[in-house]
Write a new protein. Structure first.
Length: 385
């Protein structure tokens, strides 16, 4: 079908034919960046544009923008509410869909057979326009490698907006490695991989938490390499059929290497699963009330040998203790740790891994590495036992 021409020569909207499953996948890929509440109405919408046999679906919150492309025929350029268009497309069976504007109304219809869904629209000209940076540092790397960096470190991202520079993941180059680090002041996680070719001069950047979370969802489905471009204050990542554009956190990430302890004079070696099980056993009693009352602290009692103990006590007087097998070299020591942080940090290491913890003293940070994860290092701050 041929598009009619407007007076200015631009193609007017005509009916569009597109595959339902492909469109649904595109909508889901971009939809999460759209905020549930917006003071600007068009930001609740997705931009739908078809030109030269390609449909582009775009969503944005002004800080993060995601676009997905898929084959389509016809021509259209409009915006529609994310929730409405996603629900409409999902309600159809797999197969071809026809999308067309409604004459005389700011609306479009989505049809399949005799089924029709009508959705209101806003002009595409109201949708924010993004301009590409003139210069950028560009490189490629495996999607799984970038996912590993983000997926491993993101649990340590802060959610305190007052320390906005911690609400995200730091990416930087050091020792010929591309390193990712995140911290909330209570724990620190660093992951690394070989620096991709062309990335050696990349400046330190802080990728916002929302961008990290969305990228983890997208990268998990990609096996190929991704193209990365870093410009001043901007990051773009091109995946197969999907482009992600994000502002970067405007701030300086603290020198996290200063809080990473050295090897330490006391060293504990323990199987990850044994430690997690012991922590769960003692917290099951003191946290029996569920989320209403939470006692996070657990105490480690370590002495030279292979039998050690975890214990916890709540304010009501309930207590629990659990022995666990581990190898410990050093002086007898008792220190406390947040059980939730311990469990979450242990979760970034491989199942069955042997964790090596360096403990310099009861009030010192604990450094944790693993025999199965040479690319990961974690630090947990202690608490009163």
């Amino acid at each position: 079908m041929t598009a009619k021409k407007k007076a200015d020569g631009a193609p007017d909207a005509v009916s569009v034919e597109v595959d339902r499953d492909a469109l649904l996948a595109a909508l889901r890929a971009v939809g999460d960046v759209v905020e549930a509440r917006n003071t600007i109405p068009v930001l609740a919408n997705l931009l739908l544009a078809v030109e030269d046999g390609v449909m582009t679906v775009t969503g944005t919150d002004l800080d993060v923008e995601v676009s997905a492309t898929l084959p389509a025929t016809g021509a259209i350029r409009t915006t529609a509410p994310k929730d409405k268009v996603l629900a409409a497309v999902a309600s159809f069976r797999p197969g071809a869909l026809t999308i067309a504007p409604v004459d005389g109304r700011s609306a479009l219809t989505i049809r399949q057979g005799r089924g029709v869904r009508t959705i209101t629209t806003l002009p595409a000209d109201d949708f924010p326009k993004r301009t590409a940076p003139e210069t950028a540092l560009r490189f490629t790397m495996p999607a799984k490698g970038l996912l590993r960096l983000f997926e491993t470190t993101r649990i340590a991202m802060s959610n305190e907006e007052t320390r906005y520079y911690l609400v995200g993941v730091l990416l930087h180059i050091a020792d010929r490695k591309l390193r990712a680090a995140a911290t909330d002041g209570l724990r620190l996680i660093r992951a690394e991989c070989a620096a991709p070719k062309g990335a050696s001069k990349m400046a330190d950047i802080i990728v916002p938490a929302k961008t990290v979370t969305h990228l983890c969802k997208l990268l998990a489905k990609v096996e190929a390499d991704v193209a990365i471009a870093v410009a001043e204050g901007l990051l773009t990542i091109d995946l197969p059929g999907i482009a992600v554009w994000s502002k970067l956190v405007d701030g300086a990430f603290p020198d996290y290497t200063r809080v990473i302890p050295a090897e330490g004079k006391n060293r504990l070696s323990v199987v990850r699963d044994a430690l997690v099980d012991a922590a769960a056993a003692v917290t099951a009693v003191v946290n029996a009330e569920g989320d209403r009352i939470k006692h996070r602290g657990i105490a480690f009692d370590l002495a030279p040998g292979e039998e050690h103990e975890l214990s916890a006590r709540d304010q009501a007087g309930s207590s629990a203790s659990e022995p666990f097998a581990a190898t410990y070299v050093g002086e007898p020591i008792r220190f406390g740790m947040n059980s939730q942080l311990l469990t979450q940090v242990c979760g970034v290491f491989a199942e069955g891994a042997v964790l090596s913890a360096a403990i310099d003293g009861p009030g010192a940070a604990v450094r944790i590495v693993s025999d199965k994860d040479p690319d990961v290092l974690a630090v947990i701050m202690p608490m009163r036992a």
